[in-house]
Write a protein that binds this ligand. Sequence first.
Ligand SMILES: NC(=O)c1ccc[n+]([C@@H]2O[C@H](COP(=O)([O-])OP(=O)(O)OC[C@H]3O[C@@H](n4cnc5c(N)ncnc54)[C@H](O)[C@@H]3O)[C@@H](O)[C@H]2O)c1
Length: 467
Amino acid sequence: MNALAKKYEFDTAVALPEIDFNKPAISVVGLGYVGAVSTACLSQLGHRVVGVDVDTIKVDQIAKGTSPIHEKDLGAYLDEGVSNNLISATTDLVGAVIDTSVTFLSVGTPTSEDGGCDYRYIEAAARSIGEGLRQKNSYHVIVMRCSIPPGATLNVMVPEIEKVSGLKMGDDFGICFNPEFLREGTAIEDFYAPPKTVVGANDERAAKVVADIYAPVDDNVIMTTIDVAEMVKYVDNVWHAAKVSFANEIGRICKPLQIDSHKVMDIFVQDTKLNLSPYYLKPGFAFGGSCLPKEVRAVAHLADKLEIDTPLINSLSISNDVQVEQATEMVRASGHKRIGFLGLAFKAGTDDLRESPILEVINSLVKEQYEISTFDPAIDPETRIDNQFTYVEHVCPHLKPTVEALPQMMRSCGHEVIESSDVIVVTQNTPEIQKLVASAFGRVEIIDLVRVFKDQPMFQSYQGIGW
Ligand SMILES: NC(=O)c1ccc[n+]([C@@H]2O[C@H](COP(=O)([O-])OP(=O)(O)OC[C@H]3O[C@@H](n4cnc5c(N)ncnc54)[C@H](O)[C@@H]3O)[C@@H](O)[C@H]2O)c1
């Protein structure tokens, strides 16, 4: 728990903070679930806050220090803020921008008719913010808190603000994207103990203003670019949804088997090395090997036998096949025919070729008359590989001719593969392969399936599968 959370212990009967004139005054636009909580909590941090909404009922409620929504402690915090002259509310957004130096934007971004994002509310707010900026002559920071598609801050908000204000982002005003991670019901508690604080910004001055505002509750703000911050918000929620659906499918399978799904998942979550960890969470190539594809099929089969619908689990193999096809398509799109592969096994350090997804890529290319050479530090042309395929003969008999031809494609040294190729496909990430790839820059095109370098190389002849 951070110092402020400790100080207040979420107890509303505490001494009220004094107005701190060193802290920027903040306008909060949109007094719904996000905005009302921000208004209350920012005032608790000592900021003077002007709440703005087009809904006069909400404005009246906030101005009186009553909560427009059901949220633990919110009413008491708003009441404190109003009594302490830290919170006021208005429908006049232009005036609120003139009266403050930072504007937090939390208007709704509902789903549009075509399933995308309805920009109506942020565009209307942007016009009023622009009008406010036009009438003032000091630096102002706009903090986007709405969930919006990546690119919308810079391509929807900024042009509208610049057009109306006649000002220039970066010089006259700053804009940041600061995603909101609060959970309704524990929103106040989450504000004081956030899971993380992310500030996407394209200029340091604006970023510092926002980081300073959050410093009392989080002194470890994650700074990034605006587009990354916008995407983080979407990715977080899709991930939460994926977890809920996954757990529910496990429950649906366990119930008819009379297995307690909660006991299963209680054990599942105790594994923080592989299950709840960054492991397996970086975009890259398809999963493969002797376990994952087989077990995914087995669980989907089990559900089918039980006549249970498990669309998420069933979709995993489909999604994996799409990733294999994506890699194959990248090779085709290169327009070259001499293709070298660095890495054959599904991961480095093993000669296990069972269900290595790169074999599917090679198989398609062989059929299309591509000239293939391969190098895997753990496999040499003498390695006996034919016996491995009896294991999966029910799954991939279509690979047989390619597997039989594999020894002729194998080279005992990576440089030989580079010399005889126009395109190199990188499927394993080891220091040895990194060195080989670095030596190949400028000589061949590189298709990277494993993010072999942490920072994306800026060579035109380099491309990654998901970056
Ligand atoms: N609710 C959540 O838990 C949550 C969490 C994270 C992010 N978000 C995102 O935050 C944003 C706000 O969500 P919410 O749930 O608070 O929405 P909400 O619908 O509860 O509130 C939005 C408010 O904006 C007001 N508004 C609309 N146009 C306005 C304008 N031009 N000027 C002033 N006020 C205006 C509306 O009257 C409304 O009161 C959305 O983008 C949402 O996706 C919400």
